[in-house]
Design a protein. Structure first.
Length: 507
């Protein structure tokens, strides 16, 4: 990463610590590079360890002083609604900035960012309905109930592919439950998060409730290892997720991990093939394949293999690459040079392992795209599930097509992976749909659609795709501790050596 001492010609954004905008304490900054034209367009501070400490201390004070956790649910709900309204007002600006950072299409990011307002509204409702329950224990003269309490200071670390959405998946439930937060966005996409922080301040969240520090992996490591952090919410690669989990284990802090995937998208012969082609394209070429839930293994039934793959290749060849801000563009760039090189390396690996490039396979030769990190939509045929391109997450526009002949074989191949984030099933047979859904080892399964998410539906992975769930009421459980309360109502004197003296009557 280039480090700039100062960047007078670039737009300059600052971190948010304890309600104040601040640079890094040693003044260092790093650039954000637009992957479409290769130009540096903004800078953000490269936080020092002392800056991370300041941010965690601010969040700690905001939590320990009782200010934020003791606000009423209605007050928290009102602030979340205000934040939602501000996101609605400013979603165009937020979306454009995110496109400049990561090259994802405005036609996708625009609606995605606008929908984050709905996220805030949904969790504002939940803020007032975080319920415990009364428990009928079989011991006389006691009233028992549970309470869900905030955990404390949350470290939220996010990746570059959907920086705002993946942040909101953490921020909304964490705040609804009464936690305070320190956010560390990816070094590839710091600015969109820093802009969102403006809205948090404008909405009126008390100082220290939400803090943002920026910088590279080292900043993430300082934050997740900080003794003042009570809970880590991490989205990123499985490799870094394991490091974060190790750091969490050292201190036994709560951790949730949303990690990588190698999701199967299974097309049965009885499917509506036009629909399935669109679903497979959405699964692997939307966002240039840079989604954790990418349907990167396309499993196709033998009897329709040639027909289906022919249609898939034909549509993939016609995908329009271009400026991600242009509403007619269908695929933008890779987000950064490192990712671009990684994807090209995997295409070489696929060729070397004997898979056949059916379309794409490198850089487009259009001179208009020469400055951008573009890779053609690439379809590999004749892929075996033991090849590297079927086992490892590529995180780019590369589909690995695998043939199967029976439902049993499809399920076996689909589950033969260390990941388990998502899966797609294309069939018009309702019995088969239920049978296959029940057997797939994945956190989300779509039947006859792909890549849909909602704030109301829990999202997360089996296996090495992660721990815990985001979205839905399940996400609030990730940000609360459960307290069990026993109230004696009998007034009997307890036997100190047999506390259950009035124990359960025999069944
Ligand atoms: P990454 O793991 O390289 O980085 C993620 C974040 O962790 C960044 O903010 C980074 O600076 C930080 N980081 C790096 N080293 C760290 C360390 N040692 N300790 C703490 N933090 C550290 O991931 P990426 O390349 O930014 O994103 C792509 C990955 O994210 C893919 O694997 C993708 O599947 C995954 N992802 C998962 C989901 C999901 O919901 N499951 C969603 C989006 C992306």
């Amino acid at each position: 990463m280039t480090t700039l001492e100062e960047a007078p010609v670039l737009e300059s954004y600052d971190m948010l610590i304890d309600g104040e905008r601040t640079g890094a304490s040693d003044g260092r900054r790093f650039p954000s590079v637009n992957p479409f034209d290769g130009k540096e367009w903004a800078t953000a501070p490269e936080a020092t360890e002392a800056d991370v400490d300041r941010a965690v201390s601010a969040a700690r004070r905001a939590f320990d002083s009782g200010g934020w956790p003791r606000t009423t649910p209605a007050q928290r709900a009102r602030l979340l609604r205000r934040l939602g309204a501000l996101i609605e007002e400013r979603s165009d600006e937020l979306a454009r900035v995110q496109v400049l950072e990561n090259g994802k299409l405005l036609r996708e990011v625009g609606p995605q960012v606008a929908a984050l307002a709905g996220h805030c509204y949904y969790f504002s409702g939940i803020a007032e309905t975080i319920l415990g329950h009364t428990v009928p224990v079989s011991i006389p003269d006691t009233v028992n109930f549970t309470v869900r309490e905030p955990i404390g200071v949350v470290a939220a670390v996010t990746p570059w592919n959907s920086p705002l959405a993946l942040l909101m998946w953490k921020l909304a439930p964490a705040l609804a439950a009464g936690n305070t937060v320190v956010v560390k966005p990816s070094e590839v996409t710091p600015v969109s998060t820093l802009l969102l922080a403006d809205l948090v301040v404008e909405a009126g969240f008390p100082p220290g409730t939400v803090n943002v520090v920026t910088g590279g992996g080292q900043v993430g490591a300082w934050l997740t290892a900080h003794p003042g952090v009570d809970k880590i919410a991490f989205t990123g690669s499985t490799a870094i997720g394991k490091l974060v989990a190790q750091s969490a284990a050292e201190r036994l802090v709560r951790v949730s991990l949303e990690l990588g995937g190698k999701s199967p998208n299974i097309v049965f012969a009885d499917a509506d093939l036009d629909n399935a082609v669109n679903g497979v394209i959405a699964g692997i070429f939307a966002a240039a394949g840079q989604t954790c839930l990418a349907g990167s293994r396309v499993l196709v039934e033998d009897s329709i293999y040639d027909d289906f793959v022919g249609r898939l290749v034909d549509r993939s060849r016609r995908i329009k690459l271009g400026n991600p801000l242009d509403p007619t563009t269908e695929m933008g760039t890779l987000a950064c040079k490192a990712q671009y090189n990684k994807v090209l390396r995997y295409i070489d690996i696929g060729r070397a392992e004997g898979a056949t490039v059916l379309c794409g396979g490198g850089r487009p030769d259009d001179p208009d795209l020469a400055d951008g990190l573009f890779i053609e939509p690439t379809v590999f045929g004749d892929v075996r599930n033991d090849m590297q391109i079927a086992r490892e997450e590529i995180f780019g526009p590369v589909a690995s097509v695998i043939r199967f002949s029976t439902e049993e074989e499809a399920v076996t191949i689909a589950n033969d992976t260390r990941f388990g984030l998502a899966a797609g099933v294309w069939t018009n047979d309702i019995r088969r749909a239920h049978r296959v859904v029940a057997r797939l080892r994945a956190g989300t399964v779509w039947v006859n659609s792909y890549r849909r998410t909602s704030y109301a539906m829990p999202f997360g992975g089996y296996g090495e795709s992660g721990l815990g769930r985001e979205n839905g009421i399940e996400s609030v459980h990730e940000y609360t501790e459960v307290k069990s309360v026993w109230i004696d109502t009998g007034g009997t004197v307890q036997d100190p050596f047999n506390p259950r003296a009035t124990a359960q009557p025999a069944r």
